[in-house]
Design a protein around this ligand. Structure first.
Ligand SMILES: NC(=O)c1ccc[n+]([C@@H]2O[C@H](COP(=O)([O-])OP(=O)(O)OC[C@H]3O[C@@H](n4cnc5c(N)ncnc54)[C@H](OP(=O)(O)O)[C@@H]3O)[C@@H](O)[C@H]2O)c1
Length: 251
């Protein structure tokens, strides 16, 4: 497949690495900006061409990823001629996808996708709307594809991604605690990585009620939960979601 990228910054690079770092089955056509990143990718992989213009990317591609960061993104897209047989995958998260859709005009298909940088390692979630066989075949090798039923579900998933920094900060504080107890940072990181990953996997498969029932009455987990609840810590994570969501909706 011929895949174009308009905008080659952080997230586009991660997506391209996710495709190319595991085999070169597609051909990629990159916009000239950002020149340094595009050139670096083209030097690294044999199936990447840096185009002379954004229109050139559109002309060469069956699928076009919109991955630029510009307040003028809709105007820039309005200046391009897309074809009615093309699939457009929008990853722009700071402008309403409805505005991007309108600017692009009549195309074969339009999807809105929110990947995370972990896509470069073929890990992490990819929120996508609407569900389609096209997106399933294209993106499911790159991570855990979660299709939204309605566009607003993408915004809900996007709001949860605002917790990355808070999550790392929590892990960092736990590491500092572990170090004060004499546990080396790398051992603490390995242990926490396996520990929290396994908890997340359990949570996906099991109801909250069943998981709560596993807690020993009066045990250490109950003690830690009670202490955190006294400070509203566990619910505070969910409480910050509404302000985050309001900002996403205002974008
Ligand atoms: N980073 C993430 O984890 C992430 C995740 C999901 C979604 N997103 C969304 O993806 C979009 C891009 O984010 P990013 O983090 O990749 O930003 P970024 O690293 O700043 O990259 C944006 C790129 O867009 C390019 N650009 C600006 N105007 C352009 C134009 N007219 N034509 C072609 N390219 C143009 C910039 O080129 P120059 O460098 O030459 O200015 C830059 O390389 C944003 O809407 C963001 O919300 C990001």
């Amino acid at each position: 497949m011929k895949i174009g990228f308009i905008g080659v910054g952080t997230i586009a690079t991660c997506i391209i690495e996710g495709f190319c770092g595991f085999g070169e089955e597609h051909y990629f056509f990159l916009s000239p900006r950002n020149a340094a990143k595009s050139a670096e990718l083209a030097a690294k992989y044999g199936n990447i061409t840096v185009c002379e213009s954004n229109q050139n990317v559109v002309d060469e591609s069956d699928v076009v990823f919109i991955a630029m960061l510009s307040p003028n993104c809709p105007e820039i897209l309005r200046g391009l001629d897309f074809r009615s047989d093309q699939q457009i995958v929008n990853v722009v998260a700071n402008i309403p996808p409805e505005d991007i859709r309108d600017a692009i005009g009549d195309v074969g298909g339009f999807s809105h996708v929110i990947p995370l940088p972990a896509i470069q390692h073929r890990e992490g979630p990819i929120a996508a709307y609407p569900e389609s066989m096209f997106l399933r075949e294209l993106l499911s090798p790159l991570g855990t594809l979660v299709f939204a039923d309605i566009l607003d579900d993408i915004r809900t998933m996007q709001s949860i991604t605002a917790l990355i920094a808070a999550f790392y900060d929590t892990l960092h504080n736990l590491t500092i605690y572990a170090e004060t107890q004499g546990l080396a940072r790398d051992k603490a990181a390995s242990f926490m990585s396996a520990f929290f990953s396994s908890l997340c996997k359990n949570f996906e498969k099991t109801s909250y009620e069943e998981l709560a029932a596993e807690m020993t009455l009066g045990g250490l987990n109950m003690m830690a939960l009670d202490l955190l609840k006294k400070n509203n810590v566990t619910k505070a994570w969910a409480d910050v979601m509404m302000p985050v969501m309001e900002r996403i909706k205002k974008a």
